[in-house]
Design a protein around this ligand. Sequence first.
Ligand code: AMP
Length: 209
Amino acid sequence: MNIILFGAPGAGKGTQAKELIKKYEIPQISTGDILRGAIANKTPLGLEAKKLMDQGQLVSDEIVNGLVEARLQEADCEKGFILDGFPRTVAQAEELDKIMKKIGKEIDKVIALEVSDDEIIERITGRRVSKVTGKIYHIKYNPPVDEKLEDLEQRADDNEETVKKRLAVYNEQTAPVLDFYKKQNKVYEVDGAQGLENITKDIIEILEK
Ligand code: AMP
């Protein structure tokens, strides 16, 4: 089960990935999470990435391709993996094809979560992440039940100004990646504006088809 969760920032990729990793016991590979980890550890890579991420811009293809190539060869990817936030450019998708060929694997399905731009802005500006558990919440639509509000934080790039920039980058550079996979007949579209459980149900149905 080698899959890509595809969609605009805030479409629900991270939230759905968390459900799927529980069910299928395969890892979520989020390039955004890996980069935020590098920032938290103040590595040279993190310092370089932070400036771009805070502006809503993409980090270079070379950097993220290298991170993903190394990560895909770790033992826990043996049974499959969920890519979240990668590939984000056609060049990354082309490189991913090469990496997969090299390690004797193939991307099976690309699940595209469809959500309108207006909804994305509302979702991202209300998004909060738990410092304790890493769980993703929305202050209005999905508030925490078992966790304290003071344990939640907002990502540095989840403010309205940066979100608009990230959406523009998505529409220009990332949306064309979908056509790349449509040509390979790998794309399955899911209505990402439904309730969380229905989205998960639709994804599972596609994965088990
Ligand atoms: P995300 O957590 O997926 O929303 O990613 C947060 C930020 O990390 C993005 O706005 C980019 O600056 C950077 N980033 C994450 N994944 C990639 C990628 N595949 N290519 C380039 N930049 C990325």
